[in-house]
Design a protein around this ligand. Structure first.
Ligand code: ADP
Ligand code: MG
Length: 418
């Protein structure tokens, strides 16, 4: 229980108390220690249960509630107080804050607002270095052209993360028209992104997990809608709400974006911590990548997150050298994944992630390294030979490329079956 915020709640109205309660118990970071329907009893509840945070809905009787806040401030000063109310009038908010609450939130409330308020409270109470608050790491996988390997990589990153029992991981298929992440995971989902979008206000943590399809790896999948007519319901605003709920409920969220770079895709890319832009070393793909990187450069919330990942290194036909590619894009390549068509296609056909299907294969190891790098377990970019890329000169990179292309004098070539 050391990872959760212990919380007590008072709200005289049954309806709002129930909905608050289900929202709170749906959050991974919260343990609801006590709930109470009478302001008169809440001070005792707090002193007996000693929660980290007391949540007080003012709307039953604002006067009584403010007096209660003043009393708890004195009797249990360590308990951080959070006030909720439909009332937005300035004097009431001011009085409530002066009475001693840390945060004042206006009802109705979104789960992400509560989540960030609790994070702020935790930070103020325990300091930012404290590990008690679980944060969610979100990664978007985008591609510079169709068929570049985004879904293969997104699914395997999701399964790699889910293999750690401390993680809870969701994969969102945002390729709304043609997404096939469910095929990769060999699953027939009951619900889609549309269902979660339509019910986002009513879902708590348990219901959310039931709406997602759980793969045997532990990864939860939120698939794309079934019919094209349903796509209009998914817009930047609705996606923000769904991602807010996922962020509050999972330790990691991986998003497989579409290749249209629509407003929905860009919203996802704004919300995540990292964007892996998957490319292959051929002319059309590199040309797209240059255009995309130029566009991202103009986008404040995306620019610094984009990491270029070269997939299918060693694929012979139409390949441009890594050196040339680096010169063209004017930045370093974050990671490289070897070409191994047979292993990848078997993975998709069997619905078994690479870590189970071929744990020792270089392609598996490479995607595991990428996973670690994206979630911050490794700080320095690593290339497919396991060495940090900064330690290499450009000539070193060319030598490395020879390795994958099987050139004379280089290390033995990896399989390059297409
Ligand atoms: N590193 C790789 N080596 C060999 N084949 C790959 C690799 N990555 C992906 N593929 C293959 O490329 C094809 C397209 O991959 P997919 O993940 O569906 O791309 P996208 O989601 O970008 O359209 C699939 O047949 C997949 O097996
Ligand atoms: Mg795909």
């Amino acid at each position: 229980m050391s990872n959760v915020i212990r919380l007590a709640l008072v709200d005289p109205h049954d309806d709002s108390r129930e909905s608050l309660k289900s929202m709170l118990i749906g959050m991974d970071i919260v343990w609801l220690e006590a709930e109470c329907s009478r302001y008169e009893f809440f001070q005792d509840v707090v002193s007996q249960t000693n929660p980290d945070v007391g949540v007080i809905n003012l709307d039953g009787n604002p006067e009584k509630a403010i007096a209660l806040i003043e009393r708890i401030r004195v009797s249990t000063p360590d308990c951080v107080l959070l006030a909720l109310s439909k009332n937005t009038d300035g004097p009431t908010i001011l009085r409530t804050i002066r009475a001693g609450v840390c945060e004042f939130l206006t009802l109705p409330i979104e789960v992400e607002e509560v989540h960030s308020a609790l994070n702020r409270i935790q930070e103020a109470k325990f300091g930012s270095g404290d590990s008690r608050v679980r944060t969610c790491k979100m990664i978007a996988i985008a591609g510079a052209t169709g068929g570049v390997g985004c879904t293969s990589i997104a699914v395997n990153i999701g399964c790699n993360l889910a293999s750690n029992p401390e993680n809870s991981v969701a994969l969102v298929d945002l390729d709304l028209a043609l997404g096939d992440a469910d095929v990769f995971l060999d699953s027939i989902p009951d619900y889609s992104l549309l269902d979660v979008t339509e019910n986002v206000a009513r879902l708590d943590f348990q219901l959310l997990r039931k709406s997602l399809t759980k793969h045997s790896s532990g990864l939860y999948l939120l698939p794309r809608p079934v019919q094209l007519q349903e796509l209009t319901a998914i817009n930047p605003e609705s996606l923000r709400r769904v991602i807010g709920l996922l962020r509050a409920s999972f330790t990691h969220v991986v998003i497989d974006t579409s290749k249209s770079f629509s407003a929905v895709d860009l919203t996802a890319m704004e919300l995540v911590n990292e964007v892996a832009l998957i490319v292959q070393l051929d002319l059309p793909c590199l040309r797209n990548m240059v255009r995309l990187l130029m566009s991202f450069q103009e986008m404040d919330n995306i620019r610094d997150k984009v990491k270029v990942v070269v997939n299918r290194m060693g694929l012979e036909s139409g390949q441009i050298s890594l050196k040339k590619a680096r010169e063209t894009i004017g930045r370093d390549v974050f990671h490289q994944i070897p070409n191994d068509y047979r292993t990848m296609i078997e993975m998709r056909n069997n619905g078994v992630p690479l870590i189970e299907q071929a744990p020792k294969a270089p392609i598996t190891q490479s995607i595991m390294q990428l996973t670690d790098m994206l979630v911050g377990n490794v700080t320095e970019p690593i290339e497919a030979d396991g060495q940090p890329s900064k330690a290499k000169s450009v000539a070193g990179a060319a030598g490395w490329l020879n390795f994958w292309q099987g050139k004379p004098g280089a290390k033995p070539a990896a399989k390059a079956t297409t």
